[in-house]
Design a protein around this ligand. Structure first.
Ligand SMILES: NCCC[C@H](NC(=O)CCC(=O)O)C(=O)O
Length: 447
């Protein structure tokens, strides 16, 4: 066993962050449609979280934003001419599609890919599969740049394998690490990977939601387990409770989070709790870990409170002494039931003995909490040394990125601003600068 650390790759919010109401089934996205966003504040809130966690000694890195507007999307559906003409016509004929082309949604890097650490895979490499995100137009093209970015950071084929997205069809709907959790005695030991899906393409009798879409299929989760070379005895597939999808739990990470041997979850998270916990417990026993299931009952926190506060969209981080900190959005302190629950949680004898609270309101208003904003990558010392170092969060990088944000970002974007050709020019200039800052020339295909 090689000791390993969990790196959290947080998405750097892009300069076109806006509220377009694009995610049917995501309550926050729908409630804040067309309100004014503040991209500068959004990026600074994300950077403050990265800096604070890095400062605490947690391994922290940054995932760059993607190029927006997505002219390739706009041109592929018949908006032609100069860039300015493309934007003007798209704004006139289909402002919602223009908003899709402008979405800063790659900031939620939990949806960028599914990651299996080398301790779990057949060939002993870290495996990544870019998520196809095919349930939503504004997210369905993210996988191309996601795979390109991952290949730029994890270029060493001796240690890393980056797989392209699964076939881009509803049968393989895949939302990445938001529906995937790894358990084990430590980050370096062999672990158990839990995949949670919302529907089964080829079994119409399987549970599925009635009102909102289920974005992840069992077929997609199984495909990823195969691609990554996971061991059958250390892989568990679980059906999400369709009733909570219909209450706004569009990803499993809105209702459950895990780390080490701990699963922190709401009693209504799964279609059948017992058929998840029992195989998980057995699989974990096989790798020498004992499942610690921290269950929150509906009487303590309702599903509605979990969705509005994002209690479970938190980060569970292992501290050097073996205890854990829970990184929560500030909304948790503002919700009476959740706040009361959390006070009891940290005062109790369980694994979580500290809360770390961040103001992530700009992201939260689009349905993205602390856990959505980060992709977990457990790396051994050799693997960490083999990845691109320019993305590792340090005080110096933090200061450089804050200055970069201050220089390039607007403090307000409203729907009408997406028609302004100057915004597109500003976005491109920012990314050209960023390639240099991160030491990743050619990161973007800006041609
Ligand atoms: N993991 C959190 C993802 C949040 C994301 N929201 C959005 O895309 C909202 C975009 C908008 O409505 O402008 C989603 O639903 O996939």
């Amino acid at each position: 066993m090689q000791p390993a650390r969990e790196y959290n790759f947080d998405g750097l919010v892009g300069p076109s962050h806006n509220y377009a109401g694009l995610s049917f089934g995501n309550v926050a996205s729908f409630s804040n449609v067309k309100s004014a966003s503040n991209p500068k504040e959004a990026a600074l809130q994300g950077l403050a979280k990265m800096r604070a966690l890095a400062g605490r000694g947690f391994a922290q890195a940054v995932m760059p934003p993607q190029a927006r507007p997505n002219f390739r999307l706009l041109r592929s559906i018949g908006f032609t001419g100069t860039d300015a003409e493309v934007l003007a016509r798209a704004y006139r004929e289909s402002p919602v599609i223009l908003a899709c082309a402008y979405s800063a949604s790659p900031m939620w890097t939990a949806n960028a890919a599914t990651v299996s650490p080398s301790a779990d895979t057949l060939d002993g490499r870290v495996h990544f599969t870019a998520a196809n995100l095919n349930n939503k137009l504004h997210r369905a093209m993210e996988h191309q740049q996601a795979a390109r970015t991952l290949r730029a950071i994890f270029a060493d084929a001796a240690h890393f394998a980056v797989h392209d997205a699964l076939p881009l069809t509803p049968a393989f709907g895949d939302e990445g690490a938001a529906n995937h959790t790894r358990f084990g005695a430590s980050h370096g030991d062999r672990g158990v990977e839990l995949f949670v899906y919302g529907r089964v393409e080829f079994d119409p009798s399987a549970p599925s939601p009635k009102k909102y879409p289920a974005r992840q299929t069992l077929e997609a989760s199984q495909a990823i387990a195969r691609l990554h070379g996971l061991h059958g005895e250390r892989t568990v597939f679980a059906s999400q409770n369709p009733d909570v999808i219909d209450q706004g739990v569009f990803h499993n990470d809105v209702i459950a989070v895990g780390n080490g041997n701990v699963l922190f979850y709401h009693e209504q998270a799964f279609a059948d709790e017992a058929t998840v916990l029992s195989p998980l417990r057995t699989a974990m026993a096989g790798v020498g870990a004992e499942l610690n299931a921290v269950r929150v009952d509906t009487g303590q926190v309702s599903v509605a409170d979990a969705v509005s506060s994002y209690l479970f969209n938190s980060q569970l981080l292992s501290k050097p002494d073996g205890s854990m900190a829970l990184v929560v959005p500030h909304e948790c302190a503002e919700n009476e039931a959740v706040s009361r629950y959390l006070q009891g949680l940290v005062a109790g004898a369980g694994p979580v003995n500290e809360l770390i609270d961040f103001d992530l309101r700009q992201s939260m208003r689009n349905g993205g909490g602390p856990a959505c904003l980060r992709l977990r990558v457990a790396l051994t010392g050799a693997e960490a040394a083999a990845m691109h170092q320019g993305v590792v969060m340090t005080e110096a990088l933090y200061a450089t990125l804050v200055a970069w944000v201050e220089k390039h970002y607007r403090d307000q974007v409203e729907p009408k601003d997406l028609a302004d050709p100057q915004l597109a020019i500003e976005c491109m200039a920012a990314l050209e600068d960023l390639e240099r800052i991160l030491g990743l020339p050619g990161l973007y295909d800006l041609a």
